[in-house]
Write a new protein. Structure first.
Length: 207
C-alpha cells in the first residue's frame, strides 16, 4: 500500500508541466527516444538525489532565501541557455546510423543535462520537502518504499513521454519539427525568467 501511495504521488508529479517536461520533449523530438531516455534517467537520478538531501536534513537550508536565490540564478541561467539553443540550430532528420552514433556519443551528456536541469530548480526541493513532511510518520522502510514508488513512476512516465514525442516525430516534417522544437525552447526560456523573478522576489509555488 505504501508503494502504491508513492506511485500515485509520482503520477501527480508526472502530470505537472514544468521545465524538465519541455526539455525532455525537445530532446526526444530532435534526437529520438534513446536520447530522451538518457535525459529521463538523469532526471530520475536527480529526484533521488534531492530526496536524499532532504532526508538527511538539508530541508532547512533549501527553505532559506539565500539557497533559493543562488539556485534560482544558476538554474535559470542553465534553462535560458538550453531554451535558446533551438533558435540557433535547426532540427535535421537523421538516418538510423547517424542517430545511433549520436545517441551513443551524447547519452551521458544528456543524462547530466537532465540531472542538472532538475536539481538546479528550487521548486523541486520545495516539492520533496512537502512530501517528506507529509510522510514523516512513516518508518524508514516505509519511507523508502514510498519514494521508490514515486521515483519509479516518474522515470517510467518520462520514458513514455519520450516515446510518444519520438512517435509523433516520425510523422512530422523537418520544418514542423523545427517549430515544435522552438516552442519547447521558448517554454524553457519562460521558466528561466520565472526562476530569475522568483530568485529575487521569493518562490510562491508550493512545488
Amino acid at each position: 500500500m505504501i508503494y502504491l501511495q508513492g506511485v500515485l504521488y509520482g503520477v501527480t508529479l508526472a502530470l505537472l508541466i514544468g521545465p524538465v517536461f519541455f526539455a525532455l520533449l525537445r530532446v526526444s523530438i530532435e534526437r529520438g527516444f534513446t536520447s530522451g531516455a538518457w535525459m529521463a534517467l538523469g532526471i530520475a537520478i536527480s529526484e533521488s538525489f534531492v530526496i536524499a538531501l532532504v532526508a538527511v536534513g538539508v530541508a532547512q537550508l533549501a527553505e532559506t532565501k539565500e539557497f533559493q536565490f543562488y539556485l534560482g540564478i544558476v538554474g535559470g541561467s542553465m534553462m535560458l541557455v538550453f531554451g535558446l539553443l533551438p533558435f540557433f540550430k535547426k532540427v535535421k532528420r537523421r538516418t538510423e546510423t547517424e542517430n545511433s552514433i549520436s545517441k551513443k556519443a551524447q547519452g551521458y551528456r544528456l543524462a547530466i543535462e537532465g540531472f542538472l536541469l532538475n536539481v538546479l530548480n528550487p521548486s523541486v526541493y520545495l516539492f520533496w520537502i512537502g512530501a517528506v513532511a507529509f510522510n514523516s510518520h512513516l518508518k524508514s522502510n516505509e519511507m523508502f518504499s514510498f519514494f521508490a514508488g514515486a521515483i519509479t513512476t516518474v522515470f517510467v512516465t518520462d520514458l513514455l513521454k519520450a516515446y510518444l514525442a519520438n512517435y509523433i516525430r516520425g510523422y512530422l516534417t523537418e520544418k514542423v519539427l523545427d517549430r515544435v522544437n522552438k516552442i519547447a525552447g521558448a517554454a524553457l526560456v519562460c521558466f528561466a525568467f520565472w526562476l530569475f523573478y522568483s530568485a529575487f522576489y521569493g518562490f510562491k509555488m508550493p512545488a
